[in-house]
Write a protein that binds this ligand. Sequence first.
Ligand SMILES: O=C(O)C(=O)C[C@H](O)C(=O)CO
Ligand SMILES: [Zn+2]
Length: 286
Amino acid sequence: MEVRTAASPKDVKHYTTDRLREEFLIQDLFIPGEIKLVYSHIDRIITGAAVPVEPLTLTAGAELRANYFLERREMGIINVGGKGTVTVDGKVYTLDYKDGMYIGKGAEDIIFASVDGAEPAKFYLNSAPAHTSYPTVAIKMEGEASEDTVIIKDENKVELGCLEESNHRVINKYILPGQVESCQLVMGMTALKPGSVWNTMPCHTHDRRMEVYLYFEMPEDAFVMHYMGEPQETRHLVVRNEEAIISPSWSIHAGSGSRAYTFIWGMVGENQEFTDMDAVENKELR
Ligand SMILES: O=C(O)C(=O)C[C@H](O)C(=O)CO
Ligand SMILES: [Zn+2]
């Protein structure tokens, strides 16, 4: 598992492009036949991906000093590839494209598999330290709810922005209080409407939470200019399809794409209040 340390805004404003990318950009996440994990000291979030050609078993790795991965952690998953299954302590959950999942602390045996290894599932993962165990569930946009499947509530599919401001988008909240309970992880997926290119603009910071963004549904030659930094010290990173960004609490996190795209956001930290943001007015940005 790759480990990344936390970074101070006083230092980051002096970083070169390479150094910024080394600290905050996660590339080569989705490697067929592998589980890739990046552990950040920022709120101890682990960002990763599992792309099973043959079934892949999640192990704790030396870094966690745990008997199994979720001994002291919880995990959110969204599948951005072909149909696949996640087997949790013997129980099989089937995830289609853009289906999500929450796995509670204490789940020991986790196996990722694809229904068709030629078109593998791409399980994107966020994991955070947890103090108690909440139920493991699959999360779907639509369909029938059941004991182990939660359907995203209409109130958690929030349309924001407008084409005139190039930021017309829908924020789909998968894991949050009142829908899928978790200790600290809040996770969802935002889709831009065709013609809109801006996410999270007007932008914000949130002192009480950090955030990770995964950008996807972009052709190979497309990119997102992801903006980070303190509002008066902004920097940018060029982000390609299926790459992720680690965003510290003090940093804005917003992007403008060369075309529409989709992204998954995951937040951990002090609270789970989605609206607890420190809004930044466009005229304040520098
Ligand atoms: O497009 C947006 O705006 C978002 O998706 C915002 C993120 O969800 C976020 O930054 C939550 O703090
Ligand atoms: Zn945010």
